[in-house]
Design a protein around this ligand. Structure first.
Ligand code: HEM
Length: 223
């Protein structure tokens, strides 16, 4: 999904820091992708297995919503780590894992939303709409979900080619998306604020690493 984030710097990293993209790099990418598939799929299979076995404690609905929400946020932040890490380690091939990570962030968010629809509002459309309107943290969550869906759908290579420059503009919204999710998280908790604040700080650090690019983006918005 986030293949185009920093597309110029990626080409730079790919060419200068990892010259001669070869089988070796391909094998590394393959191994990383297998690890990502296993790391994302096994916990979620285990979660639903435990849910069906009634092993998720007193409030299984909350446990499932919590797990999928945090899971999506973790993967989103991991996606944002890839580019600085690739530059720091001088391993351009790492960038090829970002699309898969982004798609898993979307999958977890989709499960999070589906759990909410199934267990909190029992697929009642009107109740769902009133929740989105009346509860600000759900409004923000929904905005984040719409944005993440747009990034996931447009991660298809065919769409990327068709969209041209606007693709990069759309995919830059990942920064806004991460901020929306941390606000959603902060707003959703009743008392325990340490975890959402920790995630907010992490997000700010990952954005600060890109301060030059963000400054350019903000300047171009107001130019
Ligand atoms: C990109 C999309 C989203 C992400 C990454 C996300 C992430 C999160 C996170 C990290 C939490 C805190 C987990 C916890 O400590 O319990 C959370 C809570 C929650 N989210 Fe989301 N969320 C997203 C969208 C949505 C949407 C669209 C809805 C519903 C329409 C929603 C409903 C909830 C609910 C009900 C909670 C639990 C609040 C509580 O504990 O009472 N989220 N979400």
């Amino acid at each position: 999904m986030s293949e185009g984030i920093h597309s110029q710097s990626l080409i730079f990293v790919g060419r200068d820091l990892s010259p001669g993209f070869n089988m070796n790099s391909s094998s590394k990418v393959l191994i990383l992708k297998i690890i990502i598939h296993l790391g994302a799929l096994l916990p979620v299979i285990n979660l639903y297995f435990l849910a069906f076995a009634d092993q998720l404690g007193a409030d299984p609905v909350e446990a499932v919503i919590h797990f999928t929400g945090i899971g999506s946020l973790n993967i989103l932040l991991l996606t944002l780590c890839v580019s600085p890490l690739a530059k720091f380690l001088k391993q351009g091939y790492l960038l090829q894992t970002r699309r898969l990570l982004g798609l898993y962030a979307f999958t977890y968010a989709l499960l999070h939303l589906l759990n909410f629809l199934a267990f909190e509002v029992q697929f009642d459309g009107m109740l769902f709409i009133s929740e989105v309107i009346d509860r600000p943290y759900i409004t923000v969550g929904m905005l984040a979900f719409i944005l993440l869906s747009a990034l996931a759908i447009t991660s298809l290579n065919r769409l990327k080619r068709k969209m041209g420059k606007s693709w990069q503009h759309l995919h830059n919204s990942i920064y806004l998306l991460v901020l929306l999710v941390t606000v959603h998280f902060y707003w959703s908790v009743k008392s325990e604020l340490i975890a959402p604040l920790f995630y907010f700080l992490l997000a700010i650090i990952l954005l600060a690493v890109r301060h030059k690019k963000l400054k350019r983006l903000i300047q171009s918005m107001f130019a």
